[in-house]
Design a protein around this ligand. Structure first.
Ligand SMILES: Nc1nc2c(ncn2[C@@H]2O[C@H](COP(=O)(O)OP(=O)(O)O)[C@@H](O)[C@H]2O)c(=O)[nH]1
Ligand SMILES: [Mg+2]
Length: 472
């Protein structure tokens, strides 16, 4: 059963369409269609992208609630890994030749043994962590800066998961310190890898994560609170970069520490003992890793879990472990990220997935000659009223991209929310008559300035006709 939000019946219609197609298809096509149906029934996919050392794997661990992804030290061996919900916990390696085999899952992640990095395409790790029931999450290795030439297409596709054929519903793009112009080109290359899979419209969201919030700006020892500064900077990002649908400041380190239950009683005691140390001494100690009377490795261990920011401020919130955990959770910024993620997956995620899968099936049917009857069945189904919400979604997505403030956007959005009624922005006087509105939009389509506007008007005209003929 699908866990996606309501998508105006499109998902049920898609399931029915694919089932119908597979009944009349050749065995190899049927097998493919079954894979697509299974894909649609799975939780949506979140891809975490960004440069090496941006904090991607740390964030993955925080969101999953387990130290599943190796961080920092083992970055050089990083390989694209998707974490999915599954029982029992297990790992599977997919090789570049398309075959796959199960590999042991050790405490530090999959153990590759004799599977060489050059043979490996990606890993899938099944875990029982509750957040993975809501979404699967893909940890990507950072893209190199030179992955633009044709010969590197394969690497690019491998590094973004494009070879898996399952398009991410949301991209969390992790940056450290700042979102720069070359991050835009990085994101474009990320999208480019996907476009080599097919020209499916983009995923439902690209959220920027300003990581290392605890070290932001003047840093943990500076006069300003770095976390607040990072939050202010993050809030400005979507307005500045059209490619972003949202942005949040996060300290992945603090989030990983609370969400994976790393802190022990002795860490709490150690933090309390640090209350007597003044800031300058603590900063110095933080750099050198020592405070008189406290073993260096204990201090380093604590620093590795809460960072200098947690050391400096956390010690004032360490009366009880509950108080400390609440404080860390609050500073980490993970909850606002989860809310934004939930919202992004919830509003458009379902339709984006259906769109992506149906687009791919349509292309393959043509390219791989699945048969004229398959193609005509697909075409007829997609043109039927059951799939009209998908056309509305496509139209509004494209309109938002081309004319972000277009007056038809709220109309299309209202129709998606309440498919059975004339949208509130229109429901005034005689204009509320759907057939009159259909005519008006038809005329607008003819006079439109751009393809996006024309498409939106055509789709709206049909929405009104469908409204007028409902129940007749
Ligand atoms: N202080 C601080 N350190 C972080 C944060 N996020 C990640 N790190 C550290 O930065 C290093 C790189 O993180 P990692 O998640 O491996 O980056 P990746 O290469 O993007 O996967 C690790 O040592 C992390 O502990 C953060 O928010 N604050
Ligand atoms: Mg990593």
């Amino acid at each position: 059963m699908s866990r996606l939000p309501s998508t105006g019946g499109v998902e049920a219609a898609t399931e029915e369409l694919l089932l119908g197609l597979s009944r009349t298809s050749a065995p190899e096509v049927r097998a493919l269609l079954d894979v697509y149906r299974a894909t649609l029934a799975e939780p949506p996919l979140v891809a975490v992208a960004g440069r090496v050392s941006a904090g991607k794997s740390t964030l993955v661990n925080a969101l999953v609630g387990a130290r599943a992804a190796p961080t920092a030290a083992r970055e050089t061996t990083a390989v694209l890994t998707t974490y999915r919900f599954g029982v029992p916990a297990r790992a599977e390696a997919t090789l570049r030749d398309g075959s796959s085999r199960s590999v042991p899952l050790g405490p530090d992640g999959p153990v590759l043994g004799d599977v060489g990095p050059e043979a490996l395409a990606h890993l899938t790790v099944h875990l029982q962590e509750a957040p993975l029931r809501r979404f699967s999450i893909m940890d990507t290795p950072g893209l190199g800066s030179a992955m633009t030439t044709n010969s590197e297409r394969t690497e690019l596709a491998l590094a973004t998961g494009a070879t898996q054929g399952v398009r991410p519903d949301v991209v969390l793009y992790v940056v450290r310190d700042a979102f720069r112009e070359d991050d835009v080109s990085f994101l474009q290359r990320f999208a480019q890898a996907w476009s080599s899979v097919g020209d499916v419209p983009g995923q439902s969201g690209v959220l920027a994560v300003l990581s290392h919030a605890d070290n932001y700006g003047t840093g943990p020892w500076g006069p300003e609170d770095p976390v607040r500064e990072a939050q202010r900077s993050a809030a400005e990002l979507p307005g500045r970069h059209g490619i972003l649908t949202g942005a949040v400041a996060v300290s992945g380190l603090l989030a990983e520490t609370t969400r994976t239950g790393r802190l022990r009683e002795q860490d709490l005691r150690l933090l309390r003992r640090l209350r007597e140390v003044d800031d300058a001494d603590l900063q110095y100690a933080g750099l050198l890793g020592s405070v008189p009377g406290i073993p260096q490795e204990e201090l380093e261990g604590l620093l590795g879990m809460v960072g200098a920011y947690g050391l400096r401020h956390g010690r004032r919130h360490a009366d009880t472990s509950a108080e400390l955990l609440d404080w860390i959770e609050e500073q980490s910024g993970l909850r606002p990220l989860e809310r934004l993620l939930e919202q992004t997956l919830g509003t458009a995620g379902g339709l984006a997935r259906v769109d992506s899968v149906l687009g791919e099936i349509t292309r393959r049917a043509g390219r791989e000659r699945w048969g004229a009857d398959v193609e005509s069945t697909l075409e007829a189904a997609l043109a039927s009223p059951a799939f009209h919400p998908l056309d509305q979604w496509r139209a509004v997505t494209e309109l938002r991209r081309v004319h972000p403030n277009h007056e038809l956007i709220p109309v299309l959005e209202a129709l998606q929310r309440e498919p059975g009624t004339v949208p509130a922005p229109l429901a005034v006087g005689r204009e509320a008559d759907p057939l009159a509105l259909a005519g008006r939009y038809q005329a607008l389509a003819g006079a439109a300035r751009t393809g996006a506007e024309a498409q939106a008007a055509r789709v709206l005209s049909r929405s009104m006709i469908l409204l007028a003929t409902r129940g007749r």
